[in-house]
Write a protein of this length. Structure first.
Length: 242
């Protein structure tokens, strides 16, 4: 009987040690990165700890993986993985007061109902860093402008190494014009610098009155792939683009 009790105790100790080992493995095992969804609740264009989350603050939070402020209602922190910024219905439009921060981490931007971002005929709207995948859905991008030499993409400029996915986006009156010159740059609305294995995909949407010397609508360069699905373009300029 004593031997049996000792055997049961040993068995119980072995089971307990196995349980502890499994818990330890679970604690140290890498956890999957969960993407954050940042919901905008304000339409103005200012950075402040005011209990609201606007578009500019949402991009900063997605880039830095930090909340936009300590108050309730501020933008939540982004994640180390791909994040989503979404706008609820009825938000309407914003007019930029300065250029938006460059997008430096993989990001999807989507709207419930068309949402308008106005570059005020002064600023590029989206600047996407190299190697970053960028998706935008159900937006209207108007009055973007760039004036630097050998530049382009007044609504979206995508640097090399990332994929660009554009769905149901309206591009209107976006202009790439060199300051003080009479000739335009490349890509009035969109400039995509592709590399082997990257793709720019456009589905639905329209391009109207976007101007540049090369590619009034879209200028694509490099070794990537350009896919145009159900696009409507009525752009002006010497070259309305691809």
């Amino acid at each position: 009987m004593a031997d049996a009790r000792r055997g049961l105790r040993r068995f119980g100790m072995v089971v307990a040690l196995m349980f502890v080992a499994l818990v330890a493995v679970a604690l140290v095992a890498p956890q999957p990165v969960r993407a954050a969804t940042i919901t905008i609740n304000a339409g103005f264009d200012v950075v402040a700890n005011d209990g609201q989350c606007n578009f500019r603050e949402a991009i900063i939070s997605a880039n830095t993986n930090l909340p936009s402020g300590a108050m309730a209602g501020e933008c939540i922190a982004g994640s180390p993985g791909a994040d989503t910024i979404t706008t609820p219905g009825g938000m309407g439009a914003i007019t930029l007061t300065s250029a938006l921060p460059a997008v430096t981490e993989n990001l999807t931007i989507t709207a419930v109902g068309l949402y308008t971002i106005d570059g005020a005929n002064l600023y590029r709207i989206f600047d996407v860093a190299a190697g970053v995948n960028f998706t935008i859905e159900d937006f209207t991008l108007i009055n973007g402008r760039v004036t630097a030499v050998a530049d382009g993409g007044a609504a979206i400029r995508q640097a090399a190494g990332g994929n660009l996915t554009v769905t149901n986006v309206t591009f209107t009156n976006n202009v790439a014009l060199e300051a003080g010159l009479t000739t335009d740059n490349s890509g009035g609305a969109v400039r995509f610098t592709g590399t082997v294995g990257t793709t720019a995909t456009f589905t639905g949407g329209t391009f109207t009155n976007n101007r540049a010397d090369n590619g009034g609508a879209i200028f694509a360069e490099g070794g990537g792939t350009l896919r145009l699905l159900s696009r409507s373009a009525t752009d002006s300029g010497r070259d309305s683009g691809r």
